[in-house]
Design a binder for this molecule. Structure first.
Ligand code: 173
Length: 503
């Protein structure tokens, strides 16, 4: 749908084509023509990527990386030139790209969904239909040597169960409340950005599955679908959380938060572990935003080398000066419960408690930020100990994310004091490969595994979980061996090094 005024005359695509230079650059997005000449140097992804589409329809390249309203809100009204004449657009024959042909062939070759029996399966399969190898590289990559992303799995395997028996587990119930909201699982869908790189419907796959099965979705600031599109796609009363990257311009952040509050969002998860984005080398090597990108990492900074990857290119607005002193301001602008996402030590957990926020997520951002940071699960023990020593009595929820792929992982985290856990990639991969039914299947897998694991552990409700039900003595011992044929190993691809050019 075009937001340009209905009264604007139609612009032929031939006319648009004549504005294909740095001096006069028009592009077509969602059927409307925009004059982006003056915006070229301000584009966070650099000017080259826009110039590649100068005079042409840029919708396909634009869609996965921007919310639909990004261009209409960022560009002054007088640069919205009007609707393109649809007859002239049809005249431009659209070629099916090699990439799209490859994706279609891979989609056709997927295993049927009923052959997917665990969450690792999605991780392997989603590589195939991801619209581009570059999208896959963006999602799957983690920082530097990708040690932390692997540790997130390994940590769960250093915790062992101490199951109780003969406890009448005929009926088990794994439902809970998260920030006062009913949830059918002790798991919420954590924020992941740029969903349309993985599936044409992007994050709406999550919204629809979550609404149907009573699971809570955290909406990413940098989702491909706009915040309102996602909330509008929910069933009546469907609870949402929102993830927040804090803008250098606090007025923008304030408007975003207050809009979220008006739309009924139930939890504000402020990301605190990303004052600068980690270097994700798979993403950098594939140069998602194009050979010629020259993306700007930060405002006021000259074009950076072309290998920075998409996430860095579009994160220029994030404020690296965010600090503890800002917390009272956040508490003053909204009544939504505030959770700090990305706490990694007991010291910071205590600061968060003292600051008055409602909770924390012990997280290393899926291994995408500081490599060799510890797993959320490991931090959980020192945090619960520290809060106990402090004599903490007020409601203060602790969440954990990173590497959760099994109900047994969830139960370990809950036994050690987490209220619920976040799962990002596994749900994302489920929809890359299978759309909404994939996400529903992932939820079903959690349910099936929770039922079995709770019975075998000897608990009928989640509040019966206790630290004594696990042996976590090895958790902070960062050595030890894992069976070579462990399923999760197959899901991580080897990193590569720079290659010699062919002679
Ligand atoms: O992990 C990420 O990739 C992420 O959080 C992000 C940050 C900025 C832009 C896009 C994604």
């Amino acid at each position: 749908m075009s937001l340009a005024s209905n009264s604007s005359p139609l612009i032929s695509s031939e006319t648009a084509k004549q504005h294909a230079s740095r001096d006069s650059c028009w592009i077509i997005v969602h059927g409307s023509v925009y004059d982006v000449t003056d915006f070229l140097d301000e584009h966070p992804g650099g000017s080259q990527i826009i110039l590649k589409y100068a005079g042409q329809d840029a919708t396909e390249a634009y869609e996965p990386i921007h919310p639909p309203d990004a261009i209409t809100t960022n560009l002054p009204k007088n640069k919205h030139l009007g609707p393109v004449d649809p007859d002239t657009i049809v005249a431009i024959a659209k070629e099916v790209t090699e990439e799209e042909k490859r994706r279609q062939a891979l989609l056709a070759a997927r295993p049927p969904l009923d052959e997917i029996i665990n969450l690792h399966d999605f991780e392997v399969e989603s590589e195939l239909p991801c619209p581009s190898a570059k999208g896959w590289a963006y999602y799957s990559s983690a920082s530097d040597d990708e040690i932390t992303i692997r540790e997130n799995r390994l940590a769960f395997q250093r915790v062992w169960f101490r199951p109780r028996v003969l406890r009448n587990v005929a009926k088990v119930d794994w439902s809970t409340t998260i920030l006062g909201q009913k949830s059918s699982l002790p798991v919420y869908i954590s924020a992941t950005a740029l969903g349309k790189l993985g599936h044409p419907d992007g994050e709406l796959n999550l919204t629809r599955a979550a609404g149907k099965h009573g699971v809570i979705q955290m909406i990413a600031t940098l989702a491909s679908c706009s915040f309102d599109e996602i909330v509008d796609a929910g069933v009546p009363g469907q609870p949402f959380f929102v993830q927040l990257y804090v803008n250098r311009d606090r007025e923008i952040t304030k408007r975003y938060v207050q809009h979220a509050e008006k739309r009924g969002v139930k939890g504000l998860f402020i990301t605190v572990d990303a004052p600068q984005l980690g270097r994700r080398e798979k993403d950098m090597r594939l140069k998602l935003i194009g050979e010629e990108s020259g993306a700007k990492v930060q405002e006021g900074q000259k074009d950076v080398p072309k290998d920075q990857g998409v996430a860095r290119a579009i994160s220029a607005f994030i404020d690296p000066s965010l600090c503890w002193d800002d917390i009272p301001w956040f508490l003053s602008i909204t009544k939504i419960p505030i959770i700090l996402k990305g706490i990694s030590t007991a010291e910071d957990a205590l600061l968060a408690y003292d600051s008055g926020v409602h909770g924390i997520v012990l997280s290393n951002h899926g291994g995408r930020q500081l490599d060799t940071a510890r797993s959320g699960l490991e931090i959980l023990i020192e945090v619960t100990d520290a809060l106990k020593k402090r004599g903490a009595t007020r409601q203060f929820d602790i969440f954990v994310d990173g590497g959760v792929r099994r109900a047994s992982d969830v139960l370990k985290a809950l036994a050690l004091g987490a209220k619920a856990v976040g799962v990002g990639r596994a749900f994302l991969y489920a929809y890359c490969a299978y759309g909404q039914p994939g996400v529903e299947k992932a939820i079903q897998i959690f349910r099936d595994e929770l039922e079995m694991n709770m019975r075998l552990l000897g608990v009928t409700t989640l509040d019966e979980l206790r630290p004594e039900m696990v042996d976590a003595r090895a958790l902070n011992v960062h050595t030890g061996s894992i069976a070579e044929d462990n399923l999760f190993r197959g899901t991580y691809q080897p990193l590569s090094l720079a290659k010699f050019r062919d002679a």
